[in-house]
Ligand binder design. Sequence first.
Ligand code: CUA
Length: 305
Amino acid sequence: MFQPSSPFSRATVDLLNATFVLSAVILVIVTGLVIYCILRFRSRPEQPEPRQFHGNKTLEIVWTVIPFLSLVWLLALTVNAMNASDPPRQNREPDVVVIGHQFWWVVRYPKSGVVTANEIHIPAGRPLLFRLESADVIHDFWVAQLGRKMDMVPEHPNFAWLQSDRPEEYHGVCAEFCGAQHAWMQIRVVADSPEAFAAWEKQQLEPAAPPATPAAERGARLFQQMTCANCHAIRGLPGEAKAGPDLSHLASRKTLGAGVVENTPEGLARWLRNPQKVKPGNLMPNMLLTDAQTEDLVRYFQTLK
Ligand code: CUA
């Protein structure tokens, strides 16, 4: 979070830094005065009782006015940072909708119709309005370098602005304890150049590639027969299940299970053999696949670029 990549996150970090500097200055002054007084006015043998005071109007005004002005200054900085990190959205439609699930994320682009999961592509260099929702419990969407942290509350959509000043990859997390696999609700954000983003969007809108080899064909059949299709949608196949991540372009993603395992043939096989072992408490059951079935499904999923 100390490497902000957007005006929104920069405002937050600037506020944090200013607060830290002010607090440090106060700490040094107060501690310094205490140490000075302890040394300078400590009792010494043979010394008479020092002069006793009661009340001092000047001092009291000084130590009231200085903290008051410090707090007013902090308030002004805070209001400023709030405005900069959370500008009004007026009537703008969201660019991206993210829906928190136990324990993964739906990512939708209402303007184009793209639906994906866990990995968010954005065009670099422009502010994007995110609508943040939850399908079950309270989650919290936080990609520190791109914008503010925002709770996802069931039945109550929240909004946040995110931006990446440059094409780069970012890491985000769920920042609200939401159950056993809260720690494995990771977010990968890929900020693309505008051209790369347009290409990505176009590719995501394509229907899933038809299986091209016998193994992939068997895998596609298994996908329907083993009831995978009851929870997962694949664009171009019957069914529009939304309980689990959309798999139309699964092979274009880097990880599975919101970051818990690499999306490689080995990782996929490990996940399919027993998702509960890889990510205990997630909602995907162990389908008790044979090795041959696992292999065919892996072959099929790998074609879903
Ligand atoms: Cu979702 Cu923590």
